[in-house]
Every structure is written in C-alpha cells, then in structure tokens.
Design a protein around this ligand. Structure first.
Ligand SMILES: Cc1ncc(COP(=O)(O)O)c(C=O)c1O
Length: 427
C-alpha cells in the first residue's frame, strides 16, 4: 500500500476545531516535519500504525513508556487480572505495597516510595519534599533540563509569571563551577539540586556526565544538608536496573520515576532514602487517579521483567548495531551524523545542518519507508525490537540517505518558526 496521510489530514482539521491547536504538548507534531502523522490507530510490540494504516518500526516508544513492547502479554495480563478485582477504589489495593517493596528492593538508595501519575507529579513532589526537609526555598536545576510542564519547570513561559520561577536557579549541566556559583547565589537558602542522569535536551547533543561531576553534586548536597534529586523519569531502567547514577557510583537522596516503570500503564513514583522519610510524609500530595491498582499491578510485572530478562543488554546491543550501521551509511552517502547519548536512547542530529533541514528531510524519507525516527528528540529502543527490525531499519535509512543525497541541493530551508525559535534556544 503506498504511503498516504489523507485520513490524518482530515482528523487534524477536525481536531483543530475542538482541541486547542489540534493537539498540544510533547506529542504534538507542530515542530515535526509536516508529513508526520499526528494520530495513530494501534501499536503492538515495536510497531505503530497511523490512522491511514501506515506501519512503522517505532523508535519513540511513546516518548519512553514502551520498554518491553506495546501490549506486552505478561504485563497486560497482570493489568487485566487486577482490573477484574478493581482499579480506582475508595483506597489503594495491596499491590501498592507490593510495588513499593519491589522498587525499594531494586533501587539502592530507596527506602520508601510514593506513587503519582506523571513524571511532573514526581518531580514536583520531590521539590516540595526537599523544601519540607530543609525549610529553605531555592532549587537548582540545569539550564534547559526538562522536569515536566508545571509552572516551576515548563520550558514554555506563556502564562507563567516570574514568581513561579523566583526560587529556581540554573547551572550548566556537567559543569562544577557553574553549579558552585548557583549554590553561592542561593545564599544559604538552598533546598535541593536536580540532575537528570545524562543531558537529554531536545535539539541538542546528549551528554553523559563525568563521575567527578556527579560526586561534586553529592558532596555539595551533603555539605549543605539538602536533597540531591536524580530525575530518572526519562532514562529510568533504560541505563541500569537501579537508579541511573548507580553506574557513576553516586546515590541521590530522592529519585523520580515514570514513563517506563509500568510499560505504558499510567503511573509514576518518587522514591527516597530514610533521611527524607519524615519530610515526604509531611507533604500533602495526591490525585483522584494516583492510587488506581491496574497500573500498579502492571508495574509489579514490569519490574519482574526488568529483574529477570536481558532487556537492557538487548536494547544496548540493538542500539549499538543501529548506531554502527547509520554511521557507515552516512559516510557512504557523504553525510556526517552526531549520534550521542546511550545507544539505547539515541539522539541523531546532522553535522553542518544549522536549520536542521537535512535531519528533517532524512526522517521524513525514512517515515515513507516504514521507520519512525525523530529529528530533534532522543529516541528509545525497546525490548520487543529484534536484530531483524534493526536490519529493516537500516534498509529504510539507506534509502532515506540515498534520497537525501539526490535532493541535497533542493531541500527547502526549515522555515517552521517554532523550530527556528527552539534552535535558537538550544544554541
Ligand atoms: C526527565 C523528565 N522529567 C520529567 C518529565 C515529565 O514527565 P511527564 O511528562 O510524565 O509529566 C519528563 C518527560 O518527558 C522527563 O523527560
């Protein structure tokens, strides 16, 4: 069936009438190439089908939640079984305790866990807990780091007032001097420091921090008696079967989890050490759907698969295979890629592509050949992918490079004002 997106275009038109902008947030296609589908009809394993019936090998994995494949049979069976007993009830199910015990047993620094719905709930609770513990106000975050869409951390300032950010101070990721300067700026009013496991901002190269940097954050937090918070919402369980900074030998006080912990079932978590137990207990944080049991049952089963399968090694092997193949292809067609970050969470940008027209045209070509790649956001491999999927991807990417080379001088400038504004910010 030839690729087309007529049904998607119709839906986008209908959506604009009844949904502001037709779609909003990170899953909006407003910054993507114009032919990227906004609406999908189904997903299974590593595959995704758009409303026009086009099938893709999906490298976004729902922007992270899909770790074991869409509709994983073990995880969804556990969810269905729980659904027969109850989901959102007058109080939580016993599976809440099972899930908290599982997280505490797997995450070295964790002695307790609290549950919520989205990653932004967990990061906001972590900020509140850090302030409750210290009785101070200032929170230090890396420049451009994404911790959610709440007023204190959203990258879009529309509707946000200066007061929402008055107590947020920034540092350059992986830069100890700027972190020390931020601590001085806090002037004795510091409550906590946030760090993502590695730098994974949109429109820029990813960056793995040095061990020295992670140790310096730990040392500063100890000296100031404030919380070191690792925001593992995006990378959690994709780098390690423990908190991601365990790889660097540094334990935070609090870490935030979401996305993959129940393989797409809606749940997130804040976990922490004994020292922060009383502070976590003292805050008021809740939501009508935070204690629903079905996602918790899915989470318990997801954690079992994390402990008992080779999913992590497998996604690294597949990521390495993809990275090496793309590197070779790009060189053969006269392009040079910036492939950064862990190979199982790859960011793929082009050298000498200031307005990203090459990257946008390449992913657009790949889309027509059945592979959903992202031009400016890191991607996520998942454990439903196989070596055959990577080989099929490489066949598609080779065709995409060939078309890019043939069109090279005719590729139009990237004129999307939203993209140009983000590019300016990322520089
Ligand atoms: C590092 C990080 N923190 C927090 C969030 C917010 O999570 P959510 O969108 O589930 O609120 C995200 C989402 O992408 C994230 O990547």
């Amino acid at each position: 069936m030839p690729w087309s997106n007529d049904k998607n275009s119709e839906l986008v038109e209908r959506a604009r009438r009844v949904i502001p902008g037709g779609m909003y947030g990170h899953e909006s296609t407003a910054l993507l190439p114009a032919d990227f589908p906004q609406f999908f009809s189904r997903a299974k394993g590593a595959r995704l089908w758009d409303v026009d019936g086009n099938e893709y090998i999906d490298y976004m994995s729902a922007y992270g939640p899909n770790l074991f494949g869409y509709g994983n049979s073990d995880i969804d069976a556990a969810a269905r079984k729980q659904a027969e007993f109850g989901d959102t009830m007058t109080g939580p199910s016993h599976v809440m305790v099972d899930l908290a015990e599982a997280l505490v047993s797997m995450i070295s620094h964790a002695d307790w866990a609290m549950f919520c719905k989205n990653g932004g709930d967990a990061t906001t609770m972590a900020m509140t807990t850090a302030r409750a513990y210290s009785g101070r106000r200032k929170i230090i975050v890396a420049v451009g780091a994404y911790h959610g869409s709440q007023p204190w951390c959203t990258p879009n300032r529309t509707g946000i007032v200066d007061d929402d950010r008055r107590n947020i101070i920034t540092y350059e990721y992986n830069n100890i001097e700027t972190l020390e300067a931020a601590v001085r700026q806090a002037d004795g009013d510091l409550a906590g420091i946030f760090a993502t496991p590695f730098r994974h901002e949109v429109f820029s190269d990813q960056m793995i921090p040095s061990v020295e940097f992670a140790q310096a954050v730990r040392k500063i937090c100890d000296a100031q008696d404030v919380a070191l918070i690792v925001d593992d919402v995006r990378a959690g369980f994709r780098l390690a079967r423990d908190c991601s900074w365990s790889i660097l030998g540094v334990q935070p006080d609090i870490s935030c989890w979401g996305k993959a912990i129940a393989n797409g079932h809606p749940i997130s978590s804040m976990v922490g050490s004994h020292r922060f137990y009383a502070a976590a207990r003292s805050i008021f944080a809740t939501g009508s759907f935070w204690f629903s049991a079905v996602p918790m049952a899915a989470g318990v089963e997801t954690l079992r698969l994390i402990r008992e399968t080779r999913y992590l090694e497998q996604t690294v092997e597949l990521g390495d295979r993809l990275r090496a193949g793309l590197h070779e292809q790009a060189a053969a067609f006269g392009f040079s890629l910036r492939q950064t970050g862990p190979s199982q969470m790859p960011q793929i940008l082009f050298h000498e592509d200031p307005d990203m027209r090459l990257g946008y045209a390449w992913v657009s070509n790949a889309l027509k050949h059945g592979v959903y790649l992202h031009p400016y956001h890191n991607m996520f491999l998942n454990a439903a992918m196989t070596a055959a999927d990577i080989d099929q991807t490489l066949q598609a990417s080779e065709r995409a490079f060939a078309e890019l080379k043939a069109d090279r001088t005719r590729i139009p400038a990237n004129e999307n004002p939203l993209v140009l504004a983000r590019l300016k910010l990322a520089r």
